[in-house]
Design a binder for this molecule. Structure first.
Ligand SMILES: Cc1ncc(COP(=O)(O)O)c(C=O)c1O
Length: 455
């Protein structure tokens, strides 16, 4: 009989500093390049859309970066987040494995995204910015920035991928409740949006298109900055509060994980749980396997090319070296909207190239099967994105059962699925298809990767 189901830290154990993995990596990550000159970008190149404090974090090399006190205070609204032992899931699986999960769905917006939305809003307000523009896929990031903006008196405008805008009216309502405005993308408000609509008036939109719209608005308005919910180094940095807390909580539980798992869209929640553990491995030689799980229909880390690419469709962003399916790649429809991105966080990509992490893919039906099993044993309905991590954790536990050997599994439950119930309804009524991406479309998209001399 296991006594403890939840490992809880008091508020004074909220980390005082974020962890920067760059300090511990055996090789520095490749430079970010200017799209026009092909030369490494400098702070001034980014100053039109980001505050200097975030630009400094983007290129920081020190191991610890202090979390400002006002941010720590807001973190107290939901942090430290709980670490659960999935005792009832272990029993349902009849596995000798110990399964732990860090639950980020306790945040006001329901996912890990406020961990970075709050500091991004804070630094922008400190820099005198009044408005933020951003994109959102499934709506988790848009509602997180809307929440953070409301705390700091910032106006937030969210370009929401059209198909999600139509599918998820309550996410839109949540953003509006926090005081943000939410526009279906592609829109007629921006040149990037109009260009897409000219080609395809019924375009369902994509994250790449919505990013172009949000960046364009920030670049053209002096009082407006842009905020990104994933991919960039400073976003991964802010998310390390997840792993830093989890290390303490695993110590409380008396176990070191054999494997740490996270789903990966742009890579931020995965980096958040994984990087502090990878850091321990690099500094102290503590062994741990680290697994990123991505959708089979958008297999960036497993099938993408490691190359310089743009972060958006209109090529407004700098060039980042990352695993990419090409900025024009449009994955087939599936429910985990937050995992439908063509690129991957450069730091996650670099860690994969260095052999520090593994990646695997799963189709959506087995993910929802895992999500249901989790809901029926642990009670929490996982976000469609998070079901990818649940699936991988269950597979690890079943492998332990097959081998008849215990192992300790830790995964990040990045969010709840309360706004995603249509996906569960579709699964329950047998309507979900496991579609593969189109190989021809992938090859065409990869063939259009920018040629970069520095490679
Ligand atoms: C609940 C949840 N998990 C995971 C993701 C994927 O993003 P990332 O890879 O940046 O963590 C998203 C993105 O919207 C999300 O909403």
């Amino acid at each position: 009989m296991t006594d403890t189901f939840k490992f809880l830290l008091p508020e004074n154990r909220i980390p005082r500093a974020w962890y920067n993995i760059v300090a511990d990596l055996p090789a520095p990550p490749p430079a970010v390049l200017h799209p026009g000159t092909g030369k490494p970008i400098g702070p001034d190149d980014l100053a039109a859309i980001f505050p200097m404090a975030l630009i400094a974090q983007e290129v920081a090399t020190e191991r610890e970066i202090e979390i400002p006190e006002p941010v720590r205070e807001i973190y107290k609204l939901w942090r430290p987040s709980p670490l659960h032992r999935a005792v009832r899931l272990e029993r349902a699986l009849d596995t000798p494995a110990r399964i732990f999960y860090k639950y980020e769905g306790v945040s006001p917006a329901g996912s890990h995204k406020p961990n970075t939305a709050v500091p991004q809003a804070f630094y922008n307000r400190e820099a005198g910015i009044r408005k933020l523009s951003t994109e959102t896929g499934a709506g988790q990031w848009g509602s997180s920035l809307a929440f953070a903006g409301s705390l700091f008196g910032l106006e937030v405008k969210v370009y929401m991928v059209r198909v999600s805008y139509q599918q998820k009216p309550y996410r839109r309502a949540l953003m509006e409740t926090y005081g943000a405005s939410c526009i279906a993308s592609p829109s007629t408000e921006t040149a990037a949006g109009r260009a897409v609509l000219e080609q395809d008036p019924n375009s369902p939109g994509s994250l790449g298109i919505a990013i172009s719209e949000a960046v364009e608005v920030a670049a053209h308005n002096a009082d407006t900055n842009y905020a990104l919910g994933s991919v960039l180094n400073h976003v991964a940095l802010h998310q390390t509060v997840i792993g830093l807390e989890a290390i303490e909580q695993m110590e409380m539980a008396g176990f070191w994980p054999d494997v740490v798992i996270g789903c990966a869209g742009g890579g931020s929640n995965f980096a958040g749980i994984a990087f502090p553990f990878v850091g321990k491995k690099l500094r102290e030689g503590k062994d741990v396997r680290v697994v990123a799980v991505e959708p089979a229909a958008c297999p960036t880390l497993t099938r993408g090319t490691y190359a310089y690419d743009f972060g958006d469709i209109a090529h407004l962003t700098p060039l980042m070296k990352m695993h990419t399916l090409g900025s024009s790649f449009v994955p087939p429809g599936f429910h985990a909207g937050g995992l439908r991105y063509h690129g991957m966080a450069p730091l996650v990509s670099h860690a994969k190239e260095l052999g520090l992490i593994e990646a695997r893919t799963v189709h959506q039906n087995p993910c929802f099967e895992a999500g249901l099993m989790f809901a029926r044993s642990e009670g929490i309905v996982p976000a469609p994105e998070s079901t990818h991590a649940v699936r991988a954790a269950i597979d690890e536990a079943l492998a332990a059962k097959e081998e008849g050997r215990p192992r300790t599994i830790l995964f990040n439950l990045s969010g709840h699925g309360h706004f995603d119930m249509q996906a569960y309804t579709d699964y329950l009524s047998g309507k979900l298809e496991d579609r593969d991406y189109d190989e021809g479309c992938l090859q065409a998209s990869l063939a259009a990767l920018p040629q970069v001399a520095a490679e």
